[in-house]
Design a binder for this molecule. Structure first.
Ligand code: KG4
Ligand code: ZN
Length: 341
């Protein structure tokens, strides 16, 4: 029998310092996440400089904890994996430097991973039977991609946002209605007390790109609505605004995804990324997929938001394909999905 593949994975592309040990791409032995959210909340968003500094502060501790929790020593590892893009360059550099140092010191292979590929691969951990091909909707703070996963590591982007990412829209609207940062989880929570049909916000159609998204118009519509209320001296029902906004986002995401499933005649669909932890969105997709007879996959919330276990899962399939990076691996803030540098 082949030896188990144990990968130590590191993720530091935004405001989570994370490390994990993953066995054979599917089994999480440890998944340590240090979230910096509290540090950035006072500024209403992630401050890149502060993120980089905190990553430096925490990275060694998080890596050590991941090894300890997994009860794995460096000698037992098969490879070191790290997110090298896309993300904040100063933040990425911390993880990349740590991974390179460990790889150099131990002689272990180094594997650079695309952050979005990591998000998609969170589904392999959560669903041991899931294999490509399938379609995955990746909805995070920086990305909104409808991706056809043709094989492990092989992607075709069917649609993407033309402006704001879905998570970005959640964060901006949350700020406008006074909920603070990060907005997604707060809108998710308060929406449960609101009426999603109370206000009709637009569901944007993007002319030529059949599966492309646009959320900036929706965000403006919410801001206009708030201004209008203020001018008329009308009280704003925050829960209704949140629920109605959230419903508009969900309708567009579900609508485009179902159209793609139909056109490409697919039978498997997955979601990933921070916004995929949204309860109403998860329910809406569950229902829509059941109606269409499509098998629906979704990671648990802790594997939707940034973590290193998903990077370890993605790295496994690169590892068995023989992908290796040199010590010249660098952070690539705008790395494209499917691109290998
Ligand atoms: O995947 P992620 O942790 O980081 C990026 O790669 O961007 O996603 C973070 C985004 C933020 O915009 C956050 O507001 C949003 O995901 N988010 C949510 C929820 N939890 C996090 N959006 C809606 N509902 C949630 N429950
Ligand atoms: Zn992410």
């Amino acid at each position: 029998m082949e030896k188990d593949v144990l990968i130590l994975a590191i993720e530091s592309s935004c405001d989570e310092t994370a490390a994990a040990v993953v066995k054979n791409g599917r089994e999480v032995l440890s998944n340590v996440i240090f979230s910096q959210i509290d540090l950035h909340t006072v500024y209403g968003g992630v401050v890149p400089e502060i993120a980089s500094r905190k990553h430096i502060d925490k990275i060694n501790q998080v890596i050590e904890e991941a090894l300890q929790k997994a009860e794995v020593t460096l000698e037992q590892l098969s490879a070191i994996a790290v997110t090298y893009g896309p993300g904040l360059v100063g933040a990425l550099l911390v993880g990349v430097s740590a991974a390179k140092a460990i790889a150099f010191a131990t002689g272990l292979p180094l594997i650079g991973v695309h952050h979005i590929e990591g998000h998609i691969s969170a589904n392999y951990i959560a669903n041991p039977t899931l294999k490509p091909p399938f379609v995955c909707l990746v909805v995070s703070g920086g990305h909104t991609h409808l991706v056809s996963v043709k094989d492990y590591g092989e992607y075709e982007i069917l649609g993407r946002t033309r402006d704001d990412a879905a998570g970005e829209a959640f964060d901006k609207v949350a700020r406008a209605i006074g909920l603070g940062y990060p907005g997604g989880p707060k809108i998710d929570k308060i929406s449960k007390e609101g009426n999603a049909q109370a206000i009709h916000f637009p569901r944007a159609k993007v002319g030529d790109g059949e599966y492309d998204f646009s959320f900036s118009g929706l965000k403006s519509a919410v801001l206009n609505y708030l201004n209008g209320c203020q001018m008329k001296g009308e009280e704003i029902n925050t829960a209704d605004v949140a629920a109605s906004f959230q419903q508009a986002v969900i309708d567009v995401l579900v609508g485009h995804s179902m159209d793609a499933i139909e056109k490409y005649n697919l039978d498997k669909f997955a979601i990933a990324g921070g916004v995929a932890s949204n309860v109403s969105l998860r329910n809406a997709f569950e229902e829509a997929c059941a109606k269409k007879g499509v098998e629906f996959f979704l990671p648990p919330p802790v594997l939707c938001t940034d973590n290193a276990a998903m990077i370890g899962a993605a790295a496994y399939y690169e590892y068995i394909k023989g992908v290796r990076h040199g010590y010249d691996l660098n952070a690539v803030p705008n790395l494209k999905l499917g691109e290998r540098l």
